[in-house]
Design a protein around this ligand. Sequence first.
Ligand SMILES: C[S@@+](CC[C@H](N)C(=O)[O-])C[C@H]1O[C@@H](n2cnc3c(N)ncnc32)[C@H](O)[C@@H]1O
Length: 235
Amino acid sequence: MARYPSIQQITGAVLINRLQYSVLNENLDSIMAGLDVQSNDDVLAVCGSGDAAFAFLEHAASVVAVDRLPVQIEYANKRRWYLATGDTASFLREEDCLVGAMDTEKEDRDAYFLKPGRLDAIRSKLALASFVHADVFDVVEQRKGFTKIYLSNVIDHCYKNKDDVVVKLKKVAAALQHDGLVYACSTHSSLAKQMMGIGPTISLLVDQERTSKAGQVYTGGDRDVWYPVVLRKAA
Ligand SMILES: C[S@@+](CC[C@H](N)C(=O)[O-])C[C@H]1O[C@@H](n2cnc3c(N)ncnc32)[C@H](O)[C@@H]1O
């Protein structure tokens, strides 16, 4: 599918009811390399297409995926049903949406999930996932103790100024257990640098090894260029 217009080109009224993302427009190998999800992890994830949340579920103790758009949560729950009933084709189908993925992104996403045994492993853990209509910055105020948080590029979506980024990341840090990780990314290298720079003031230190592992996966070409940042909660 060809790339649809960027979110910034679409006016607000249309956004509420239309599906925006049906296929991850990032790279799952990069996200997994960055967040290093393990069997004892309680993960909070921004939902979007739901792809990252389903990928985390293979390894995690629990996954809570949230989105401020109800239509994305309905979509993720529908995909969960397809997975539960063994309908892999529908689980991987790209539905009409506002922000399409590049063909190469869908191919990579499909190849990730079609690794032998992977969908069965995720299917066996569906009871450990919940998909919730909520703003992630409200959730981190109400619920603490996550060990991994996938923010995707929500900061791109709500960027006001550097001070506001500090406030938002501080809330995220407060919801993380000691040594927990946050995976954030941006399509702007300057914002990624800003996130790395403000981390120390709010007990979120750049995990250089994980950031560089996540960054190595991007190959450029016809894809969006993402700048991933992995931050670790310090004492
Ligand atoms: C941040 S990206 C994640 C999409 C991801 N790259 C994918 O392809 O699935 C866009 C999603 O984040 C959601 N979103 C943006 N800001 C949010 C917030 N503050 N809280 C919850 N969801 C948010 C949007 O509604 C959209 O579904």
